[in-house]
Design a protein around this ligand. Structure first.
Ligand code: ATP
Length: 207
């Protein structure tokens, strides 16, 4: 099974990295692919370019061989829709379950994603706990796909919904960007190498 964690990663932080490592173990994944969103459809283009955000990811996962930075969205024009990314991943990995990991905050907006129902044609969706967010609604579409035993995700390649607790780390990229802008020290919220990259490139200086 392959794990997928998409995000803006603006910048990547320990909330992302710890969750990726935990689900790798919990679901016995061959790898977790961290996929920076090149052109986010639902927000303004981040100040840090897609290339810079992927470079920060590469610095962050340096010593973790099973966390892979996947830059496929950087090579695609137009808005970066996850459904297109999953279709492309499915071509690369035709014969095994794909697990798309999203935080609770992202799940609460999932029905606004482009062709969101079709995410389940290519992958399972696993919702990870995140401080400050509770699941708002599980409608009939989601209920029909919900499973309570993670073994079921290994038995079929796509189409299921699962909720997984991970260590609750109240860390967000927004708060980190604000800390940089306010000249506060964001140490221990994200890797030192990423902090150095932000400083060298003078990112996030204006709130
Ligand atoms: P921003 O503050 O800029 O919105 P973010 O910190 O939410 O950024 P994203 O890159 O947007 O980070 O998140 C990518 C994915 O990782 C989303 O599915 C999000 O829910 C999840 N995620 C981010 N931070 C955490 C965290 N601390 N714990 C669990 N999941 C997280």
């Amino acid at each position: 099974m392959i794990g997928i964690l998409g995000g803006t990663f603006n910048p990547v932080h320990y909330g992302h990295l710890r969750a990726a490592l935990e689900v790798k173990t919990i679901f016995d994944l061959a790898e977790v692919r961290l996929i920076p969103c090149a052109t986010p459809p639902h927000r303004n283009q981040p100040e840090a370019s897609a290339l810079m955000r992927s470079q920060m990811l590469t610095l962050a996962v340096n010593n973790q061989p099973d966390l892979i930075v996947d830059t496929r969205e950087l090579h695609r024009a137009g808005a970066s829709y996850m459904v297109d990314t999953l279709r492309s991943l499915r071509e690369d990995f035709p014969k095994q379950p794909l697990l798309l990991f999203i935080g609770t905050d992202a799940f609460n907006h999932l029905t606004h994603w482009h062709r969101w129902q079709h995410l389940f044609d290519y992958a399972h969706v696993v919702v990870m706990t995140r401080p400050g967010s509770v699941v708002q609604k599980i409608d009939a579409f989601f209920n029909a796909r919900l499973v309570h035993d993670k073994q079921e995700l290994a038995q079929i390649n796509t189409g299921k919904l699962f909720f997984q607790a991970v260590t609750l780390l109240d860390i967000s990229a927004t708060a980190i960007r604000h800390m940089f802008a306010e000249k506060q020290n964001p140490g221990f919220l994200l890797p030192d190498a990423v902090i150095e990259y932000v400083q060298q490139n003078r990112l996030y200086q204006i709130r």
